[in-house]
Ligand binder design. Structure first.
Ligand code: ADP
Ligand code: MG
Length: 569
């Protein structure tokens, strides 16, 4: 009688549930499972660090709407992905984590890498379980995939003890398991649409905020239609960028502070009023602002502030209904409306300030100059992955996104180390679905350090990711060569001399490419950057590092509110 082991049952179950990508690192007890994944016809991408593998898996989930899988070994392997699980869960991205674990018959007697993995995962997961027998694996996989994707997306964990993976059972007891179809989009009640439409019509200073929930909802068509037909100003959140083209005249991204502070009615599409949106509170918002959130997750509504009306539904149909309501009232916010005049005026002033800094190309460069000139060469439809402090914040305002889901960054959890994993997933996504698009990974030098060895992964899988390192010799800011050498050679205890934020100066990160017999770019001037980028864009079969030295003390333009200003009232 033919039999089948747990490894193959699990791999087949993933296939049955429509999983396409497994990222991971193999080792005891999942080595055979890694091979089973490929035997089942899935893509297996071996990574160099479990965190990166987990970031890659969740990014593929965000980009495709189908969860990616991350595979890890027992104990430390599982602990290493906890950061990634938390990141996926906090970002509301679908993810399935599969952890090998020690055999059940060794539980409690100190098995190799014995670890209470189901319980450790649970705080970061919507579902965490261990199949009791091999024939139960397909049921748990279906449930994990369903919970990762239904409602508010998130993380699911399946624990696979070595003995269950190795156990062989007769083929005929493994029955095909059903695949839960994607649910119909949740529609809003007509009454809440009516309230929202009325509030927008009566508003003096209306604003739309577009979040990454709108991006995940694939509501770009509806949101663009709303913005185009009403001329309402919109503000994207970092990963909401591109749902509506950043170049659209209705974007008020460059007057974010003013728009948030003065708006009297805000339609909030798939974004939470957390730290990123200053909790929806004064002084960053008008204390009397009427907020109308649209969220798939009921628990999110009326969070932090009381809403004018709460809409628990999918962004797409809600926006469609609101657009129809506004159109039937012939609502358009004219460019000569006082609100638009206020916004446009300030927008011009801000653009000038930024342009002044951008056109100052003296060496060492400032952030604005570097980004402005990178933007000139970047393909409009590039997927931009970004992490760092100033690199990410300033880059966000200058590097534009024209398409939805084309910006991936440190996100709601503010996680550093996501960059190369996100970029690897994006590159696989492009290769499969949109081969003409490029992936650009814009990293601070500190951020790059968290996952730099994934460069080898990119070379192995021939992924043409362009990694631009904005190098300021440190975290937030660094120092120049001479000062750094003085600190190192001062004769004092070196660990007491080198400030916590400093990294080595003028580090030639691009030379990592020599490990693969290629050379990267070390750039100090604008022409060097632009030439490097143009050349890198022609490469189709390996990654490129462009190391951009900037002024180690370069900073942001002065801000009205310091970072993380919250309500003190
Ligand atoms: P941002 O980072 O852009 O501010 P958040 O991650 O804070 O966005 O919020 C995204 C929100 O979108 C979450 O509260 C999530 O529940 C919600 N969401 C996800 N998918 C949908 C959808 N299809 N329709 C409506 N809301 C959604
Ligand atoms: Mg830095």
């Amino acid at each position: 009688m033919a039999d089948i082991d747990g490894n193959m049952i699990l791999a087949n179950a993933l296939k049955e549930q429509g999983i396409e990508y497994v990222f991971g690192i193999v080792g005891y007890p999942v080595i055979e499972f890694g091979m089973a994944v490929q035997a089942a016809g899935l893509n297996y991408i071996g990574m160099r660090n479990e965190q990166s593998a987990c970031y890659a898996a969740q990014a593929i989930g965000y980009l495709t709407g189908k969860p990616g899988v991350v595979l890890v070994v027992s104990g430390p392997g599982l602990l290493h992905v906890c950061a990634g699980m938390a990141n996926a869960q906090v970002n509301c991205w679908p993810l399935l984590v599969i952890g090998g674990s020690s055999s059940q018959d060794q539980e409690g007697i100190g098995a190799f890498q014995e670890c209470n993995q189901v319980e450790l995962s649970r705080p970061y997961c919507k579902y965490a379980a261990r199949p009791a027998r091999p024939h139960l694996i397909p049921m748990h996989v279906e449930k994990a995939v369903r919970l990762a994707t239904y409602g508010r997306p998130g993380c699911a964990y399946i624990d696979m003890p070595g003995n269950i993976l190795a156990e062989r059972v007769p083929v005929e007891i493994i029955k095909p398991y059903y695949q839960s179809p994607p649910l119909e989009k949740v529609w809003p009640a007509p009454s809440v649409i009516e309230t929202a439409v009325q509030a927008l019509c009566n508003a003096e200073r209306p604003l739309i905020i577009v979040g990454k929930g709108a991006a995940y909802a694939r509501a770009e068509k509806e949101v663009r239609q709303l913005v185009n037909s009403t001329n309402l100003p919109f503000l994207p959140t970092p990963m909401g960028k591109g749902v509506v083209d950043d170049n659209a005249p209705q974007s008020v991204a460059s007057v974010r502070t003013l728009a948030l502070q003065k708006a009297d009615v805000i339609l909030l599409l798939g974004a939470r009023l957390n730290w990123m949106l200053h909790f929806g509170r004064s002084p960053r918002f008008d204390p009397n602002v009427k907020i109308i959130p649209v969220d798939i997750c009921a628990e999110e509504l009326n969070n932090s502030v009381l809403n004018h009306v709460s809409i628990q539904a999918d962004v797409g149909p809600v926006v469609d209904q609101i657009t129809k309501g506004l159109q039937s009232r012939k609502f358009v916010l004219n460019n000569n409306h006082l609100w638009w005049k206020t916004l446009s005026q300030k927008r011009e002033i801000n653009k000038k300030t930024v342009m002044q800094m951008a056109l100052d190309v003296s060496v060492p460069l400032n952030y604005y100059a570097a980004f402005h000139h990178i933007q000139q060469v970047l393909p409009k439809d590039a997927i931009i992955v970004s992490e760092g402090a100033n690199t990410m914040d300033i880059g966000r305002s200058i590097l534009l996104n024209t398409l939805p889901r084309s910006r991936l960054d440190a996100g709601t959890f503010g996680t550093m180390g996501v960059g190369l994993g996100f970029a690897i997933a994006s590159a696989f996504y492009c290769k499969q679905y949109e081969p003409s698009r490029k992936v650009i990974c814009v990293e601070g030098d500190s951020a790059f350090g968290f996952s730099g060895m994934e460069l080898e992964t990119m070379f192995r899988y021939k992924l043409p990711v362009i990694i631009i390192i904005i190098n300021n010799n440190g975290i937030y800011s660094g120092v120049d060569d001479d000062l750094f050498k003085d600190l190192q050679d001062s004769g004092e205890d070196i660990a007491k001399m080198i400030a916590p934020s400093l990294l080595s100066t003028n580090t030639h990160y691009e030379n990592m490419m020599q490990l693969f017999n290629k050379s990267g770019y070390f750039c100090k001037t604008i022409p060097e950057i632009q030439i490097a980028l143009k050349e890198a864009l022609k490469v189709t079969d390996h990654p490129t590092i462009i190391n951009v030295m900037i002024n180690p003390s370069a900073d942001r333009k002065p801000q009205t509110f310091s970072w993380l200003t919250e309500s003190k009232l």
